[in-house]
Write a protein that binds this ligand. Structure first.
Ligand code: SF4
Ligand code: ZN
Ligand code: ZN
Length: 312
């Protein structure tokens, strides 16, 4: 009777080399080189779908692992797309003791890759910082929702200013699944269809959306990427944290669950009716489905609170 050699089974499925990583959900055993290559290939496949060989591309960079792994991987695309231009887009929300340090790491990595970058500062453009807005809003503040709304706009403004064709963001598969569960838990099923294409707003893509967070971490380590790993001071308050831990436990015991959640959401999105008519915000003219866009709503509230606190 033929018996499979257990040694052989444990070898890299591509080259038979020394095993380095076992991808449980797919059953692949990979050597170091092929672990890195399979991730680069996913990034390449995603980029090829949306970009041309001479595209001018924005890269949203925070200094954390996801955005720097994306920067390193996308930078390798230059070999295939030598005329592609990469521009780093960095947002400084004004989170004291945190963002300055993360930006230093981003600066180091992007300089190493010879990628120029532009910084959008909340204070300069929104006349407030995230720290100040959260302090003024008090118990009504939901730091990550607030941050998300303002960061998204910041990236769109930066993308317009730097005239990029598309923006790549570092969201990984875990982030995608967390956002899906978060929206379901909060009753915001319509938000699942997040990628509403607003006319005139630069499109975004997530080349790491099929890569598990643990693989992003491993890629970063293997590539010697010096990223900022301290948690944001507001992250502890987030419901997202609990969902993250819950999904990590699920994925550990039932590998592939993260992808099932993403696939299920894609099916749900197909059934969601198209958004109401897109108009323009009455204050800032940005495309929106509301009279006053979310950014203006939040900034107006913060302005009022600031005036009240200055008067008092
Ligand atoms: Fe913003 Fe929340 Fe991320 Fe901090 S953890 S940077 S507040 S989204
Ligand atoms: Zn191999
Ligand atoms: Zn507005």
């Amino acid at each position: 009777m033929h018996r499979e050699d257990p040694e052989k089974k444990m070898r890299c499925i591509y080259c038979g080399g020394k095993p380095f990583y076992h991808r449980r959900y797919s059953g692949e055993t990979l050597c170091r080189r092929h672990f890195i290559e399979t991730i680069d290939k996913r990034v390449y496949r995603e980029a090829r779908k949306h970009l041309k060989e001479d595209s001018r591309v924005g890269l949203a960079v925070s200094g954390g692992k996801d955005s720097l792994v994306l920067a390193y991987s996308v930078n390798k695309l230059k070999k295939r797309f030598p005329d592609m231009e990469l521009i780093g887009l960095i947002v400084d929300e004004g989170i004291s003791g945190y963002r300055e340090r993360a930006i230093k790491k981003a600066d180091k990595a992007l300089s190493h890759l010879s990628v120029i970058y532009h910084v959008f500062n909340f204070r300069d453009h929104f006349s407030t910082t995230l720290d100040e807005a959260i302090r003024l809003l008090g118990k009504d503040a939901m730091p990550c929702s607030l941050c998300g709304v303002l960061r998204r706009r910041a990236i769109s403004i930066l993308a317009e200013e730097t005239e990029v064709e598309a923006v790549l963001t570092g969201h990984n598969a875990d982030d995608m699944a967390q956002t899906i569960i978060l929206n379901i838990v909060q009753g915001n099923v319509r938000n699942l269809a997040q990628e509403i294409e607003f006319p005139g707003v630069v499109k975004r893509f997530k080349p790491l959306k099929e890569v598990l967070e643990k693989e992003v971490v491993l890629y970063g380590l293997m590539s010697g990427i010096d990223y900022y790993s301290d948690p944001c001071p507001y992250s502890g308050f987030a419901l997202r944290n609990d969902i993250r831990n819950f999904l990590l436990a699920l994925e550990t015991n039932h590998s592939g669950v993260t992808y099932s959640i993403i696939r299920s959401a894609e099916k749900i999105i197909e059934g969601i009716s198209p958004p109401p008519k897109i108009g323009r915000c009455m204050r800032c003219s940005y495309p929106t489905t509301r009279e006053l866009c979310k950014v203006c709503e939040v900034l107006r509230k913060v302005e009022e609170l600031k005036q009240t606190s200055e008067r008092g």
